[in-house]
Design a protein around this ligand. Sequence first.
Ligand code: UD1
Length: 364
Amino acid sequence: MRPVVCVAGARPNFVKIKPVLDAFARRDIETVLVHTGQHYDAAMSGQFFAELGIRPPDRSLDVGSASHAVQTGRVMSSFEPLLEELQPELVVVVGDVNSTVACALVAAKSGAYVAHVEAGLRSRDWSMPEEINRVVTDRVSDYLLASSPDAVDNLQTEGYREDQIHLVGNVMIDTLLANLPRARDRSLLRDLRLEPHSYGVATLHRPSNVDDGGMLQTLMAALGTIAADCPLVFPVHPRTRASLSAAVPPGIWLIEPLGYLDFLALQAGARIVLTDSGGIQEETTVLGVPCLTLRDNTERPITLTEGTNRLVGRNPTTIVEAAEEVLARPPEPRRPSLWDGKAGVRIASALLDQPRPLRPTQQA
Ligand code: UD1
């Protein structure tokens, strides 16, 4: 088999691609790791490769930051000649960032089979760039590798064929479970002088929450009220840093973005996590830590029905009341099935052990 091209571009991708690379390596399948360079800082990229033991990328596209169209276009025009050179039979993309959709589109037109890890998640919020990326990536993919039954339901409702859909579980949780013991050994809590279960964690980076300074200030004020009872550690994403202007309420401790292991250690020791991230909703569920999601919708509803997550929107009163309730009565820890550390193995099996799915031109 020709080498499988595996694509990663932004921080949440790195955590997802590692178990896929490992699973192919265990099956003696050669991979070419392509880093698009959407995230390029040590804090957003290099540290993740080092801590997770991901080998240096075989190819780097170095696209950097830009508007959506420019960033997506740069990835596409750099990825196309690479595929012409490598002529892969299979390209694997993960998640929902601009690099994901850009590479899926180029790969599909190159004639390669495209596999999308984390297919079928839907927020049904078309104002979210990631939702557009998810829908378009699934549409051009041959293999739809789903992390939860709700994602499978979405794909079936949208008319995808059964031979394309594989419920494989959650690769991000493979990485979490593999690294939790190392994370617990980190000195971060001691270094920050934090007692376990004495603090909360906050993160915000969704454009809808942080690009408008007024909205960000409203959310920071709500966090400030919560921080009066439960101090909050807030690692600041570069996008958020750019819009944080007003004075930060007391009790909120802004720190630089953390590496993977330190952020895992921080979450694992928290009483509560407040976030607008997708992945953190899943990680807190597996860690059994209460999570409040400061959004009006989630593409990961299984964390609400079978996890510790609660959707609280952006109304400050609702956020503060929900935090008070959760701090007084934390939800019971639960974990969705197939979030068991073996998703990477199931992905390799779906891609290697079964006949290739039919293409529309191949159907009767
Ligand atoms: C991207 C993803 C989002 C994901 C997030 C995780 C899209 C549409 N969005 O959003 O789904 O949750 O990554 O972090 O793909 N920057 C740096 N250093 C870097 C990279 C970016 O400082 O290494 C700054 C730049 O100023 C840039 C801004 O962060 O303009 C935003 O980066 P970008 O990749 O465009 O989107 P994110 O907001 O990170």
